[in-house]
Design a protein around this ligand. Structure first.
Ligand code: 13P
Ligand code: SF4
Length: 303
């Protein structure tokens, strides 16, 4: 089927079924044609709580759909490709977190939203890359455990003077494996470009940044800057959207490593099928969901 026919069918079914489509900005760009909301993890979590739809189709990865279900238990939440996981979220389980906590007793635990419901249920408060510094600053403790991302955790540690951030050894390979050599090569090739970096990157890459921020913050910075060229150190979906939205500027993708296969699994065909069948549905164990809700809600109420 042509994209135009798929889009028409999806839009018709969305209306009939009172469904909305939320899309992360790392998704295939054609998903934006049918999405009601496109943005980063924090924005999409907020949207999941504040709307009257009966069905949420989540064009993203598993932990995002799970978070939407925890925040909106009475809505049907659907992830069109159930196998779209997150390599970083899978690096820690609730049991591994319990072991980590046992090594550092009585410290507050902050978990990155890129984690499973089970890990959220074992954490005190959640954060995203957009509000991590604010969340950590809200805690009344000079030492904090941070899971699972050592990239974001060490970045926050460098930003907050009066707290020590003890990081778990997880990371996002899509960001972490981009090297400072690759960034330097691009900087040499495009000396007028500003380098915009996602905080999941490694510290050597972060050192080379003109700006560090979440996906939305990077997009806002590129929009508002008078500069014409930018090296984008995050996932390709951000580069594609920036180039579409600001065609007079040039956006240089740092490396082919910054491509998340899981984020690219969902195609328009999958969205149509999931609207027709209302499957695959995401469900979360009630006890885990209640505990995980507190962790996410605490973040949303301070931010
Ligand atoms: P943000 O949407 O918070 O920028 O996170 C990036 C990411 O890796 C999502 O999977
Ligand atoms: Fe997970 Fe990294 Fe992919 Fe985001 S980009 S979904 S953190 S593996």
């Amino acid at each position: 089927m042509q994209n135009i026919d798929l889009i028409e069918k999806i839009n018709k079914l969305k209306k009939e079924k009172n469904a909305i489509i939320l899309a992360h900005c790392y998704q295939n760009i054609e998903v934006d044609e049918v999405a009601d909301y496109v943005g980063d993890s924090l924005y999409l979590s907020r949207v999941a709580t504040n709307n009257d739809a009966k069905i949420i189709i989540f064009a993203g990865v598993y932990f995002m759909a799970e978070t939407a279900k925890i925040l909106s238990p009475n809505k049907k939440v659907i992830l069109p490709r159930i196998e779209a996981g997150c390599l970083m979220a899978d690096m820690i389980t609730a049991d591994k977190l319990k072991e980590f906590k046992a090594k550092y007793p009585n410290l507050p635990v902050v978990c990155y939203i890129n984690s499973t419901a089970g890990v959220k249920a074992e954490s005190d408060i959640c954060c995203t890359s957009a509000n991590a510094v604010k969340v950590l600053e809200s805690l009344d403790s000079d030492k904090v455990l941070f899971v699972p991302d050592k990239g974001l955790g060490s970045y926050i540690d460098s930003k907050i003077e009066d707290k020590q951030v003890i990081c778990y050894e997880g990371f996002c390979p899509i960001h972490w494996e981009v090297t400072s050599k690759e960034v330097e090569e691009k900087k040499n090739k495009y000396p007028d470009a500003l380098t915009l970096v996602h905080p999941e990157s490694c510290p050597e890459v972060i050192k080379l940044a003109d700006f560090v921020g979440s996906t939305t913050a990077i997009m806002k910075y590129a929009k508002e800057s008078n500069n014409k060229q930018f090296i984008i150190v995050t996932e390709k979906g951000v580069v594609d959207r920036l180039q579409r939205d600001y065609p007079k500027k040039e956006f240089i993708w740092v490396s082919e490593k910054a491509y998340c296969e899981n984020m690219k699994k969902i195609k328009l065909e999958d969205i149509l099928k999931s609207l027709e069948t209302e499957q695959p549905e995401i469900n979360v164990d009630e006890y885990v969901a209640r505990k995980a809700f507190n962790c996410i809600d605490r973040m949303l109420s301070i931010d």
